[in-house]
Design a protein around this ligand. Sequence first.
Ligand SMILES: Cc1ncc(COP(=O)(O)O)c(C=O)c1O
Length: 390
Amino acid sequence: MIARRVSQLKPSPTLTITAKAKELKAKGEDVIGFGAGEPDFDTPEEVKEACIKALKEGMTKYSPSAGIPKLREEISNKLKRENRLDYKPSEIVVSSGAKMVLFLVFMSIVEEGDEVLLPSPYWVTYPEQIRLLGGVPVAVPLSEEEDFQLSLDKIKPYVSDKTKAIVINSPNNPTGAVYDRDRLVEIAEFCLENNIFIVSDECYESLVYDGDFFSIASVSEEVRDITFTVNAFSKTFSMTGWRMGYVACPERFAKVIASLNSQTVSNATTFAQYGAIEALTNPSVKEKVLNMKEAFRSRRDRAYELLNSIPEVSVVKPKGAFYIFPNFSYYSQKLGGDVKLSEFLLDRVKVACVPGSAFDAEGFLRLSYATSVETIEEGISRIKKALESL
Ligand SMILES: Cc1ncc(COP(=O)(O)O)c(C=O)c1O
């Protein structure tokens, strides 16, 4: 018998749709993929070279389970420089991608029956990981009319004496929302008063198109003490396949997380860690990251403009990340739901999008604009045509 804890586990729907689109492409079909959760740019050459050098120099053995000291030091420097966060290297743990890091974080704080608040729509992995640990994901609904913004008023009705933590994901996957700084300060103070941990998933921090990124742990020393700041090299540096992520948190938690890491993955791939050091320290990599952001900005603007021109579709302009999350309810209702709508689009016009229900938002579709402007134009024009026939 399969263990009960995994019997309800769902495979990642975003990976499933991407796989289906790739399969069709491999068969020679002209598929447009809006499913991908990764940048289409290659990893910067400097980063690859640093990794190759490390490989050639024999960095092919186990590393300390929390990460090699130089990398933790450079992450500590980065957090000071870019996020106004003061974490010692001993308060940082590196593991195999933010996904694994999040699992280690939840493992270290979630007990059976503990509730974790998830502003909804939310990234698919959070509730699955929380449930695996016996926790209870509690959705905090956000509204399209308010640009999917999070505020204390939205959270309060869902807080109970079992609330253990809240996940903050800004810039957000799937909505592209960037939470307002003053509201984050209010939420942080509320969490402090009510003994609620904050898990801040900052994977998309480099992609904020208007204004500056803000790390919630920087509110105060006390807030820093209840926060797990999670980040990755995946999206910022186009390194999704490298599996490099990290958490910064108070040392007593970092120690536990490092132990958990040592008993599960041992350590993030050693030579990949050398690539990560280069990503954080080489100024020309920084420049490339800024160029990628500008490319994403033009793609966002174009995708927004085109989706807005489809009758009966409403769309909030994303402020960050590389996703856009339009409301297709008018059409999905005709077909019996957003899963049916995404199947219809893939079958009829070979366009792959992720159904909103995967993110707790029936009637929406998530389109990743991590693809060329031409592809965005062609894909949205195909969607428009297909919907006209309904
Ligand atoms: C919000 C969010 N957090 C974390 C991750 C996982 O990142 P990684 O590839 O580093 O595991 C993703 C990837 O899609 C994401 O969208």
